[in-house]
Design a protein around this ligand. Structure first.
Ligand code: IPE
Ligand code: IPE
Ligand code: MG
Length: 245
């Protein structure tokens, strides 16, 4: 079995996924896009459980981008409904598996009932320790960076921090992801080879993995394949191969 080939001592500590292809999956089958999102939420469930079982520490899922607000209202409404239903349905799974829920993005833009549901799951899972599941919702990396530039500028203006002390760690502290480590492995499904405004700072040294599989078809074995590919790579961080060995 593919899973047996995974080295559990070399798992990506932080796995991030751009879950793409719900619409095309539905279209191929002659269904409405809404059904693609519905089906995509089943993949979410499976992959969360599998990541937690494998022992991955941090899983971050791109669920809705700042740019996705520009989709037709009907589709945005559907996505919000799918989100609310999934949050309600998945709470027991998160509790059973000791998974903590976290969220990043401009959450205030979400409909009030989605915010409430999300906050409820975050509160009820806050003491869980096995895996941190982060949902990127109304998330845009550029917006995140613009925000932090404003906050840091304000602090400099008010003499709370001096310009000379601004470094990587100060930037990290002001990102939505301040409580998360850097991304080790980024997966994008559906054959698109782009980042679409996701975690631009945080993926500086991530390994990138692209697959043609559409998100609703993404199964445990596809995750295993991605992890095995990750484990075959040599992460050099600028050094030479000899230095790593
Ligand atoms: C991913 O699937 C879900 C979101 C972006 C919210 P898409 O809806 O983008 O599916 P495609 O890319 O149109 O197939
Ligand atoms: C990226 O997918 C956003 C999410 C998966 C939530 P999109 O389907 O919105 O990306 P583009 O527009 O094709 O780049
Ligand atoms: Mg898409």
């Amino acid at each position: 079995m593919l899973k047996d080939k995974i080295n559990t001592d070399n798992l990506p500590n932080h796995l991030a996924i751009i879950m793409d292809g719900n619409g095309r999956w539905a279209k191929q089958k002659g269904f409405l896009r809404a059904l693609g999102h519905e089906s995509g939420s089943k993949s979410v469930k499976k992959i969360i459980k599998e990541c937690s079982d494998l022992g991955i520490g941090f899983l971050t899922l791109y669920a809705f981008s700042t740019e996705n607000w520009n989709r037709p209202k009907l589709e945005v409404d559907t996505l919000m409904k799918v989100l609310i239903n999934s949050l309600k349905k998945e709470l027991p799974t998160l509790l059973e598996n000791n998974i903590r829920m976290n969220a990043i993005g401009n959450l205030e833009k979400l409909p009030k009932n989605a915010q409430k549901e999300l906050q409820d799951v975050i509160n009820k899972t806050k003491d869980n320790t096995k895996m941190t599941l982060t949902l990127a919702l109304s998330y845009g990396s550029r917006e995140e960076i613009v925000n932090l530039v404003k906050i840091i500028s304000e602090k400099v203006k008010n003499n709370i921090i001096s310009i000379d002390t601004i470094d990587d760690s100060i930037i990290n502290e002001h990102l939505y992801t301040h409580n998360l480590p850097d991304v080790d492995l980024l997966i994008r499904t559906s054959g698109e080879h782009r980042i679409s405004n996701f975690l631009l700072w945080q993926i500086a040294y991530a390994e990138l993995y692209f697959t043609d599989v559409l998100w609703p078809d993404f199964k445990q074995k596809d995750l295993h394949e991605a992890i095995i590919s990750y484990q075959k790579r040599e992460r050099r961080f600028g050094k030479t191969s000899e230095q790593i060995k």
